[in-house]
Ligand binder design. Structure first.
Ligand code: NAI
Length: 325
């Protein structure tokens, strides 16, 4: 009944123009997959040099994708890169990015900064624009608390108290790093998302090549909620001396079929990020499974952050970051 009660101001799969606010690691990946899928993209960032960096990394990644698809056909490779790249505009001015069907925020992970941005976007963007956050640890409900845009309701809804109707044009689109490679997209249903916006987000995710799953606005959503206790226990197992880190990694790869062991994964995501995620999850859930891990705290204090610093649980070659020494 509710589904039918919403007007179709944004028909499903109608997203043709996308703006990504924040052109860092995640934002540049999101922009790339949208451009690859034929959509027009604007990346907005505060700093021109970060926009330049984003453009360079997108161009390199597009070339990699094109070489996989078109193999040795140099003309096709060049054509694909040129065409996809030409769909991406960049700007340091948010007003250049507001005319879009979908605006995805991928800026710094701070509630007040995100709220300020969304309040601004809500004022500046056209009525039909869907707003979304790529946050991984902040509540979607809190981020969108000030957003007013709604999908309009038509028909006779007198049997449903209006304050019980969920209908905001805002939700979570949680991507995984590296965005062009990881196939999952978590579509987060805040308490007040409209059915129409949710369905459009699911359809858009599919259009950029992702498999979408849905989760309520709960700490860590699906993947990080489950991954957190798993990696914490792996670290504690090593800390207790139950097994070596190498054997734990081999165990989970060969015994559980995971592509990386927990220590390889921690080095890849960054030990500082792991520590931050544990802290946030402990605050949000109160579950002691997320309590601090002394070994992790010590390594972060020593600057052993994983691949990005050249050393984490393993050592990495400086010339080929990611390759173990
Ligand atoms: P990043 O630090 O690489 O990029 C953030 C970018 O946002 C920077 O280029 C910065 O200049 C820009 N920025 C900051 N404030 C801004 C503002 N007010 N307006 C415009 N641009 C602004 O960060 P990263 O890793 O890309 O993360 C971005 C978001 O994605 C965060 O919310 C994070 O939690 C989330 N996320 C990160 C994942 C990861 O693995 N790094 C995975 C999934 C989500």
């Amino acid at each position: 009944v509710l589904k039918r009660a919403f007007s179709s101001s944004t028909s499903l799969n109608a997203v043709k123009t996308v703006t990504v606010v924040g052109g860092g690691l995640m934002g540049s990946g999101i922009a790339q997959v949208a451009a690859q899928a034929g959509q027009n993209v604007t990346i907005v960032d505060l700093q021109p040099e970060l926009l330049e960096k984003a453009q360079k990394s997108i161009q390199n990644n597009l070339t990699r994708v094109a070489k996989k698809v078109h193999k040795d056909d140099a003309a096709k490779v060049e054509g694909f890169v040129k065409e996809s790249f030409s769909r991406i505009k960049v700007s340091t001015n948010i007003e250049d990015g507001v005319n879009a069907d979908l605006i995805i925020e991928a800026i710094v992970e701070k509630l007040d900064v995100k709220q300020e941005l969304f309040n601004k976007l809500d004022l500046l963007a056209p009525e039909h624009t869907i707003l979304a956050s790529n946050t991984s640890s902040i509540s979607i409900n809190e981020i969108g608390a000030g957003i007013k845009r709604k999908d309009s309701i038509v028909g006779n809804l007198t049997h449903i108290p209006l304050n019980h109707v969920s209908y905001f044009r805002f939700g979570g689109l949680h991507f995984f790093n590296p965005v062009p490679i990881m196939r999952l997209l978590e579509v987060i249903k805040g308490d007040h998302i409209s059915e129409e916006t949710y369905q459009t987000m699911m359809a858009w995710g599919k259009s950029v090549g992702k498999t979408c799953i849905t989760c309520k606005d709960t700490p860590g959503f699906v993947v990080n909620r489950l991954l957190g206790p798993y990696s914490a226990e792996a670290l504690r197992m090593y800390e207790r001396g139950d097994a070596s880190k190498e054997d734990i990694d081999i165990g989970m790869k060969l015994g559980a079929g995971y592509p990386m062991g927990p220590f390889e994964l921690a080095d890849y995501t960054g030990l500082d990020t792991n520590k931050f995620v544990l802290q946030v999850m402990l605050e949000k859930t109160g579950d002691p499974v997320f309590r601090p891990i002394p070994m992790l705290d010590k390594m972060v204090a020593e600057g052993k952050l994983g691949i990005k610093s050249g050393e984490g649980f393993y050592k990495y070659k400086k010339v080929y970051p990611g390759l173990r020494a």
